[in-house]
Structures are given as C-alpha cells and as structure tokens.
Design a protein around this ligand. Structure first.
Ligand code: PLP
Ligand code: COI
Length: 394
C-alpha cells in the first residue's frame, strides 16, 4: 500500500498569485520517490544497417522513427509506473480515451546533436523538462520529476544512438516527449490515467534541406492562436490545431509560416504557429515580450544570451503590427527571423498581409547569420559552450 508520508505531494497553485488555486478542483498527485529506471526491452526487429543508412541519407523532417520509445503510465493515487524503453510501436487506445475527446495533451521538442568526435549531446534539456511540467500544470496533467524526464530522454537517445545523424546539413535526432490523458472516460474532468512517451526521429532542416533559405510569412488578421488566460504559453496540441487554418491560408499565399496577432486588441504581434519572432530595428534585436499568450521559447531565451555575448543590444517589448509594417517599409527594420528547436533560426524574406507585402531589406542579414552561426556552433560543438548549455549523453 502506498503511504502518503513516503510520497511527495504536489498541489496546484494559482499561477497569478502563487496561492492555492481554491476555485479550481484540487488534485493531489502522488508519485513514488524512487526514480524511474526506464529499463530496456530491446526491439527484436530493429532497422537493418542498410535501411538505417538509406534513412539517414534523406531523413526529411521526422519521416522515420527510431527502434525504441520511452513509455510510462501514471494513475491518480499511485504515481508513475510501468516505465521502460520499449520497441517503437503504435498505441492501443480506447476510443473513449479522454485525449481523443477533450485534447488533454502536452508535448516538447528537443534535439540530440552528434559532434565531430561522435559524442552525442542535448541542448538545455532540463529547460524542456521544466516547461513540460509547466504545460502539464496548465492542462491538469500530472507532474513528472525532471530526473525521470531526463532518464527517459537520455536512455532513449543512448539506446538508439546509431539513429543520430552525422550532423552534415545540421541534421539532428529530433526528440518528442508527450503526455496525454489515456483514461477511458467521457465525463469532463482531469484524467486519472495518463501516458508519458518519448519518441525520436532523424531530422533534416525544417524548412529546406538545401541550407538556410529566407521564408515568406503570412500575417493573419482573421484567426487568433491564443488569448489572455488561454493556453498560449503551454505547449499543448490544441494550440497547433487552432493555428492550422491560418497556416493553410498562408500556404495559399506561398508563405511558410503564419504570424499571429494578439487576439483582443490586435495591438501586438506575438509569435508564429510553431516559432518565436525576432526583428532587428536600428541595430537592436527586438522580440515580443512574454505576455502569457506565447511560448517561452528556449531558443528565444538562448538567442537573447548569445546576442548579449556578441554585444548586440536586445529588448523584449510590444511590437505593434503597424510599427512592424512601417519600420520594414522605411528600412529601420532590416532583418527578421523565426526561431525554435525545429526552425533553429530561419530568416524572414517578407511579411505578407491581405493588403500588402513588406520586403525585408536584408533577409540573410549579418546579425541574423552571426547569431545563427554561434548558436548552431555551440549545439554542434564548434563554438565554446560558455553557458554550459550542452549535456553529453553518449
Ligand atoms: N513558439 C511555438 C508556438 C513553438 O511551437 C515553438 C517550438 O517549440 C517555439 C515557439 C520555440 O520554442 P523552443 O525554442 O523552445 O523550441
Ligand atoms: C519545435 O520546434 O520543437 C516545435 O515543436 C515546433 C513545431 C513546428 C515542430
């Protein structure tokens, strides 16, 4: 029997005032203090060396998945159990599983990098663990201790290390931790059974496999991605589903991504469907402030630090759509880029709206490329990692 005194107890706190969220249903999460082991059940039919070589020759962006995945189950009152690195396989999910009905789900995106000496590294993985738990709290999913999250990711990468590309063309192993409500129950409440899983897939560059290419951006004035008090700052699937209609509007205009504007007052640009935004105005790097409606990107945060290291001034601020348009037009905004784990740093060529097109003066600008070179250099071990961001796995 589980004894409450031998278990950590986690309680939900109101994010705005730090006090117990008394108007929300209280959920106590119990989990064993013993660390999860994620022991290995080997895949008896892994990809052959020949199959793997063909995959790594042209992996696309996550077109193929590795031989294994990490898996664990959580039950209310019992905590996490049944953890393991197991053969990669589809889930068997009850048609009444809550995630299929109410979207109670979160995910993360991270990468493993192979260095020239064949060692394999993760970039700031604990930041992903931290954000995963922040997203879990917002979506009423259970917490997973950072140490357990890390064990799952590290053991999966170590087990499937032969799947980590050599690094040419910035190829990496993309890692996707997820957690979802797997309980079969149609009443609307937080699920009492949840699944944690980590999958991984070799990945070439997100937008183009032929190197860094500036992309056009569609700015939607019709659709919003998130609102104040909503889930914009959580990494949950619903945000991405909500972005698709605008994304497809953008595709019709030959745009690779969509940039969202704040929903209520429409007085600030926020972020792309799956990336954060930076613009260079009069030599200063500006990015939309974290207002609770956008994702606190780990790449975004790292870029602010890298810019400081390079002596480039930065500011987190409000950027109105009108300012964006007029400053691109009058030439004071010379460069702009999207950033994220998948996108790395992808320069913007032009912003497009229903009314007009705003062409950047320097799409492959010197500042964008200098920051990019330094960040990617740290990730692949070519540039000194002065902030201890990289963690070795193999
Ligand atoms: N914003 C959104 C909506 C995203 O999906 C992502 C990607 O993860 C980012 C920003 C960038 O976050 P990060 O740099 O942590 O990958
Ligand atoms: C990531 O960058 O990891 C994301 O989750 C964004 C998505 C567009 C792939």
């Amino acid at each position: 029997m589980l004894n409450q005194s031998t278990h950590h107890r986690l309680r939900h706190f109101c994010p705005s005032n730090g006090k117990h969220a008394c108007r929300q249903p209280i959920r106590w999460h119990y989990y064993l203090p013993m660390a999860l082991q994620f022991g290995l059940t080997p895949n008896t039919a892994p990809a052959s060396e020949e199959q793997l070589a063909n995959i790594l020759a042209d992996p696309g962006f996550c077109d193929y998945y590795t031989d294994h995945m990490a898996l664990a189950t959580w039950k209310d009152g019992e905590g996490w159990f049944d953890d393991g690195i197991v053969p990669f396989a589809p889930f068997q999910l009850h048609p009444a599983a809550a995630v299929l009905h109410y979207g109670q789900e979160i995910f993360e995106g991270m990468k493993a990098y192979r260095w020239a000496d064949d060692s394999i590294w993760l970039f700031r993985p604990e930041e992903n663990a931290k954000r995963f738990n922040q997203s879990a709290r917002r979506m009423m999913l259970p917490q997973i201790p950072t140490a357990d999250f890390m064990t799952a990711v590290e053991r999966l990468v170590a087990t499937d290390s032969r799947w980590v590309p050599q690094g040419a063309g910035e190829q990496t192993l993309y890692i996707r931790p997820i957690m979802f409500a797997s309980e079969a129950y149609l009443g609307v409440r937080a699920a009492k059974v949840c699944t944690f899983c980590v999958i991984a897939a070799p990945a070439a560059m997100y937008f183009s496999k032929d190197g860094v290419k500036p992309v056009d951006i569609w700015i939607t004035d019709e659709y919003a991605r998130a609102g104040i008090g909503g889930t914009g700052s959580a990494k949950c699937g619903g945000n991405y589903a909500a972005s698709l209609i605008a994304q497809y509007e953008g595709y019709e205009q030959d745009c690779a991504q969509v940039l969202f504007i704040e929903a209520s007052n429409k007085d600030r640009v926020e972020e792309f469907g799956g990336m954060n935004l930076f613009v260079l105005k009069d030599g200063k790097l500006l990015t939309p402030a974290l207002t609770g409606t956008i994702l606190d990107g780990i790449t975004r945060r790292s870029i602010i630090q890298v810019a400081a290291d390079l002596g480039i001034p930065t500011a987190e601020c409000r950027i109105t759509p009108d300012d964006l348009y007029s400053f691109v037009q009058d030439g004071s905004i010379t460069e702009a880029f999207s950033c994220g784990t998948a996108a790395v740093i992808t320069p913007v060529n032009a912003f497009k709206t229903k009314q007009a097109q705003y062409q950047l003066a320097q799409p492959l600008g010197a500042v964008t490329m200098a920051i990019r070179e330094r960040l990617v250099g740290i990730q692949f071990g070519h540039v000194e990692d002065t902030h201890s961001w990289m963690q070795r796995v193999v």
